[in-house]
Every structure is written in structure tokens, then in C-alpha cells.
Design a protein around this ligand. Structure first.
Ligand SMILES: Nc1ncnc2c1ncn2[C@@H]1O[C@H](COP(=O)(O)OP(=O)(O)OP(=O)(O)O)[C@@H](O)[C@H]1O
Ligand SMILES: [Mg+2]
Length: 326
């Protein structure tokens, strides 16, 4: 456009004065023409590169996110399952809610601890800390007498069978959902875990049995069935520590009894933490904590707690009445 006119005008007057020839002008215009596209595309490529750089920077930001949980111990080791909380306080950083306030307890290998208490009292937070999903703000958590921070994180987690409060199932077969992290498990091992979780008989009634798809592309399981698949997944690997977070809430008391009976066998020799709202789920435990507002309100065995005639006793009476009504 403008550059061509300028070239012809200036070139023209120069040519008239005899300093250059018409051929030079034509040549010059030709070269300018050839330069236009490369220069325009240079601008385009530069903007592309800049956009890519900006995206890459964001991706890096994400990739470089480090959790505050650091794995300092390199060697994996077999744990025995001794768990001790010493004056542990914990506040969720982003909400500022103090979930645990100076909680102390000690579970010896093979023992069972039950945690009961109203909603929001801090029960799941204890489970989260044992799995080291978070680090405590104050106090100490010891596993086998060693600070939890000095234990290899992956080794620790691989030795904990955790049934979270919210069940998560994949859109996959039932067998793969149970085998989950250990896909090499044999059919017999998976079937045994299903039996122990009292879900086996339901599974073999499905048309494709263990190969039945669950989730969006398959059948929809009931809440109680999902919970039991989640239990089967946790016990499959026979971990040293078992944590059941409210995992029997969606099953009736009869199924609960059946599962607890099976679990008693599996929990033998393993450390277990059972979280529940129901006295019937926790009464067998070696030690029971009654949580309230992040603190331990009462503790002891079922009999000791009933003898105290406190909150636990009242809860027990209330639930007995409800059961009779049902
Ligand atoms: N991920 C989280 N982020 C922020 N606050 C949380 C988180 N999880 C729990 N809290 C808060 O911490 C407190 C204790 O919660 P926690 O889940 O431990 O209770 P809970 O005893 O397990 O209750 P429920 O019986 O309903 O499961 C609650 O006030 C809750 O709102
Ligand atoms: Mg909870």
C-alpha cells in the first residue's frame, strides 16, 4: 500500500535524476513484496509463542505445586500398628475451623479404637491425620513410637486400609473396583474380600457377576452396596492398620452385625479405628472415644462408659429406643 506509493514516488524522482534505473525500482518492489508475508507471519508466530509461554507458565505452576506434606524418610518399613496422639490440635487452614483440640490417645498393635460423636465433632479429622493427609499443627502423632513425619509416606499409606466416609467407585468392573491398587490380585483373593465385606452374595446375583460394570456405564449400586465394595477394597491387601470411617451408616443393623462379625476376624492382629454414629458399631472396641467439638468428652470401654452415665450412656439409651420402634 503506502510503502509501494512511497517507493514509486521516491524511486521515480531518483530515477529522473538518473541516480537509479527503473529496473532498480521494480526489483525493490518485488523484494518488498516477498518480505511482507514472512514479516507478517513473524508477528503471528511471536504471538503464538507468547501465548504458549503463558500457558506453559500456568502448567508449571500446577506441576510445581508441592503439598505441605513432605516425604522425608526414604526407606519403606513394615509398621507394627502402634498409634499414639499426644495433645494433637489441628485447624483446617483454608476454613480456619479448629477440628481437633488437644486430642490424646494410644492404640497398641492389634487393638481397636472406636470413635463416636455428633456430626462435625472431629472424627474424620482424626482418620485424616493418621493417613497423613494433613500434618497436625500442635502436638505429636507417633506410629510405632516414631514421629509420623519420619515414616516413609507411601509405605505408611500402603499399610493402611482406609474406608473413607464418602465412597468412591470407578466406572469399571466390580472386580477392578475391589482390586483397585493391586490389579494383580487373583480372583480368589477378590472373592474372599467380597465375602468378608458381606457383598459376595449380591455380586454373584448380578448378570455378569464380578465383571459387572458399575457407575455411568453399568448398574447403579445402593449406598450400602457401595460401602461394602469400599470395605472389600480396604481389606483386600490385609493392611496393618484399618480405618473404617462411618462405613456402615447405609446398611441395616442386621447387615451391620454380619459385617462386624466378619471384620472382627479380619481385624484380629491388626490395629483398627472404627468411626460411627452408632453405639452398636463401636461397643466391641478395646477403647472408645466420645468426641465433642474437637475434644475427647468421655473415653473407656463400652461398660466403663455406660457406668459413667454420661453422654455415651444417653446415646445408647436413645438408640435402643429407636431400634425398638423400628
Ligand atoms: N476438608 C475440610 N476443610 C475444612 N474444614 C473441614 C474439612 N473437613 C472437615 N472440616 C471441619 O472440621 C470439623 C470437624 O469435621 P470432621 O469431618 O472431622 O467431623 P466428623 O466428626 O467426622 O463429622 P461427621 O460425623 O459428620 O462425619 C467440622 O467443623 C468441619 O466443618
Ligand atoms: Mg466424618
Amino acid at each position: 500500500g503506502l510503502s509501494t506509493i512511497l517507493t514509486i514516488y521516491i524511486g521515480g524522482s531518483e530515477a529522473i535524476q538518473g541516480r537509479i534505473t527503473e529496473g532498480n525500482i521494480a526489483q525493490f518492489l518485488l523484494y518488498i513484496g516477498r518480505l511482507t508475508w514472512p514479516i507478517a507471519s513473524l508477528g503471528w508466530v511471536t504471538s503464538l509463542i507468547q501465548r504458549a509461554a503463558a500457558s506453559q507458565a500456568r502448567i508449571n505452576e500446577f506441576l510445581e505445586t508441592r503439598t505441605s506434606i513432605s516425604n522425608t524418610a526414604a526407606v519403606a518399613e513394615q509398621i507394627r500398628g502402634d498409634i499414639e496422639f499426644r495433645n494433637v490440635s489441628f485447624t483446617y487452614a483454608h476454613s480456619g475451623i479448629k477440628a481437633l483440640d488437644r486430642v490424646s490417645f494410644h492404640i497398641r498393635p492389634g487393638q481397636s479404637l472406636a470413635i463416636i460423636g455428633r456430626t462435625g465433632s472431629g472424627k474424620s479429622s482424626i482418620a485424616n491425620l493418621v493417613c497423613r493427609l494433613y500434618d497436625a499443627d500442635e502436638g505429636e502423632i507417633l506410629i510405632d513410637g516414631k514421629s509420623i513425619k519420619d515414616i516413609n509416606l507411601y509405605s505408611l499409606r500402603s499399610q493402611i486400609g482406609y474406608v473413607p466416609q464418602e465412597v468412591f467407585l470407578f466406572s469399571d468392573t466390580i472386580a477392578n473396583n475391589i482390586a483397585f491398587s493391586s490389579l494383580s490380585e487373583s480372583k480368589e483373593v477378590i472373592a474372599q474380600a467380597a465375602k468378608d465385606a458381606a457383598i459376595y452374595s449380591s455380586i454373584i446375583e448380578f448378570p455378569e457377576k464380578f465383571e459387572t460394570m458399575v457407575g455411568e456405564r453399568g448398574i447403579t449400586l445402593s449406598g450400602g452396596q457401595k460401602q461394602r465394595i469400599s470395605i472389600a477394597r480396604a481389606i483386600l491387601r490385609q493392611p496393618r492398620i484399618l480405618i473404617f470411617d462411618d462405613c456402615l451408616s447405609a446398611v441395616d443393623t442386621q447387615t451391620e452385625e454380619e459385617i462386624l462379625h466378619n471384620l472382627a476376624r479380619i481385624m484380629k492382629g491388626r490395629t483398627s479405628i472404627i468411626i460411627s454414629h452408632r453405639v452398636s458399631s463401636v461397643k466391641q472396641a478395646s477403647h472408645i472415644l466420645v468426641m465433642d467439638n474437637g475434644r475427647i468428652l468421655e473415653e473407656g470401654t463400652h461398660e466403663q462408659l455406660l457406668g459413667r452415665k454420661g453422654a455415651y450412656h444417653q446415646l445408647h439409651l436413645k438408640q435402643l429406643l429407636e431400634e425398638e420402634k423400628a
